[in-house]
Design a protein around this ligand. Structure first.
Ligand code: NOJ
Length: 536
């Protein structure tokens, strides 16, 4: 078969794990996670079955947006450690046969970055054109109606030089002018700096924002806007994002990666399927994995998820590799979204779908969003729009390692609080418990690695029945049937137009593992099964 002849690259066969470094492990007792902390937990990740680690930004930064406002692209923030610590981390990751993916934030810098300090110093500074400076309209108002994702206008007035600059996020995060070849070269050099060190790839922040309309046309109003949405949603960002020229930039980045051996690029892109696909680039000259965030926003409904998986699979360009995500540092946690029992079904979905899965740290133990009292809120998105509950702090809380003080995360008060129940809900409590979420993740990862059908096999949908989502993964003569009850109610499952027998390999209620399957079965509420089918 075609699949068998194809060589798969490491990132196609990998399971990626996202670490939010502030919250993973503190090694020096300042309440903030760091690189040495990550090093001390690599054995855990290896034990779990992780192949590649993506770490959110670790660079020097004033931390206005917790590291997504970078003031030096080739350094390490002292909070996280030193470049030597980084080199050791990379070496230790590689020594375990794992890969390391860094976060690259090319769309904007910090307003404290030397490039911006120069740029804003005078209108004739050579770096003036590195950012997006524009005159006020005749009446002194902003150049157009573009809004900041974090609230308010996207334009900030500079008193000294009497112009506005554009910032898609905070005013402390001015957007770079990616039409300027010097900017392009500077950022490609940043990539080379880390690639020369041996990093295996980048997750590129807000890839679809990088180029904006040259004519600065106003964004049209969003007909679906309601007042409970962020102010940014008032407009459709038709001219401030996803411009055709962005693909040339992505291709340039890809060319840098391709000049090294097997390095890869994930693009952070929140767009509908058809537009998302364009980021693979013509003839796969773009991102290796444009992040697929479909499962983050779809209603938890079997028919809708099945149909969307089908649309996504069908829209992939030739040679385009799929990927799936259940959570990240910007989104509510899956356990809080669908509940504790259903989160097990979600894990089974994530780790049996075709394509590279990315696991958000802590999801493997069923960590929940943690309620943060108003006076402790730190995320600027939450602080700027307090009434809309948009703070991302709840899903960024410290990893719950054990039942010791601060969950084993830190010897001091952590930068964000842990939930009251961490003494029961933690890695140590789940490691030896065969019924735990952690054991389920570990089993799913192990089977995915052992079975090419689950790893690189084809995806064959089984028509959804009620709230049961089902599909087959197949490689050569090996087949697995995945059956997921997305509801809390028991259901009887008998696939139409399909006759098959097999044995349950993994069940969300592990008592059933090993049970024979003979073309039909009953499922408890929140039950999911991975069934190894007999050869036809
Ligand atoms: C996307 C990142 O994931 C998010 O955390 C950040 O606030 C924005 N980009 C701005 O960099």
């Amino acid at each position: 078969m075609k699949e068998a002849q194809q060589k798969h690259l490491w990132w196609q066969e990998s399971v990626i794990y996202q670490i939010y470094p502030r919250s993973f492990q503190d090694s020096n007792g300042d309440g903030v996670g760091d690189l040495r902390g990550i090093i001390s937990r690599l054995n855990y990740l290896q034990w779990l079955g992780i192949d590649a680690i993506w770490i959110s930004p670790i660079y020097p930064s004033p931390m206005a947006d917790f590291g997504y406002d970078i003031s030096d692209y080739t350094g390490v923030h002292p909070l996280f450690g030193t470049l030597d610590d980084f080199d050791e981390l990379l070496q230790e990751v590689h020594a375990r046969g794992m890969k390391l993916i860094l976060d690259l934030v090319p769309n904007h810098t910090s307003d404290q970055h030397p490039w911006f300090l120069e740029s804003r110093s005078s209108r004739d500074n050579p770096k003036r054109d590195w950012y997006l400076w524009y005159d006020a309209k005749e009446d002194g108002s902003v150049p157009n109606n573009w809004l900041s994702v974090f609230g308010g206008s996207a334009w900030e007035w500079d008193e000294k030089t009497q112009q506005y600059y554009y910032h898609a996020f905070l005013k402390e995060q001015p957007d770079l002018n990616w039409r300027n070849p010097e900017v392009q070269q500077a950022m490609l050099d940043v990539m080379r700096f880390w690639l020369d060190k041996g990093v295996d790839g980048f997750r590129v922040d807000v890839m679809w924002h990088m180029i904006k309309d040259k004519q600065l046309r106003d964004n049209p109003p969003n007909p679906n806007y309601t007042p409970n949405m962020a102010t940014y949603e008032q407009l459709v960002p038709a001219y401030s994002t996803d411009q055709p020229e962005v693909h040339q930039i992505v291709r340039m980045m890809r060319q840098v990666l391709d000049s090294y051996h097997e390095r890869m690029m994930i693009g952070e892109i929140y767009l509908p399927i058809d537009k998302l696909m364009t980021y693979y680039g013509t003839d796969n000259s773009g991102a290796h994995l444009p992040f697929n965030f479909l499962l983050l926003s779809l209603p938890w409904d079997a028919a809708q998820i099945a149909s969307t998986i089908g649309q996504y699979e069908g829209a992939l360009p030739t040679g385009g590799w799929p990927n799936w995500v259940l959570g990240n540092h910007d989104q509510p946690r899956i356990t809080s979204r669908v509940g504790k029992s259903q989160a097990r079904v979600a894990a089974m979905l994530l780790l049996t779908l075709r394509g590279t899965p990315t696991i958000y740290y802590g999801d493997e133990i069923g960590m929940r969003d943690v309620a943060i009292p108003p006076e402790e809120v730190q995320d600027p998105q939450g602080l700027n729009m307090p009434d809309l509950y948009l703070s991302r702090d709840p899903s960024r809380t410290p990893m719950q390692w054990n039942d010791q003080a601060n969950g084993g995360f830190s010897e001091s008060k952590p930068w964000l609080r842990l939930p009251d129940n961490y003494r029961r809900l933690n890695v140590q409590a789940q490691e030896q418990d065969p019924y735990s979420m952690l054991s389920l993740y570990r089993k799913l990862l192990k089977l995915r690695h052992e079975e090419p059908a689950l790893n690189i096999g084809t995806y064959v949908p089984v028509p959804p029945e009620g709230q049961v989502l089902s599909f087959i993964r197949q490689h050569e003569s090996q087949r697995f049937l995945i059956v997921l009850n997305l509801s809390h109610r028991p259901v009887f499952f008998k696939p139409r137009n399909l006759s098959c027998r097999g044995r349950i390999a993994i069940a969300t209620y592990p008592e059933r593992e090993g049970e024979a399957f003979n073309n039909s079965t009953s499922l408890a509420g929140d039950e999911g099964l991975v069934i190894r089918l007999e050869e036809a």
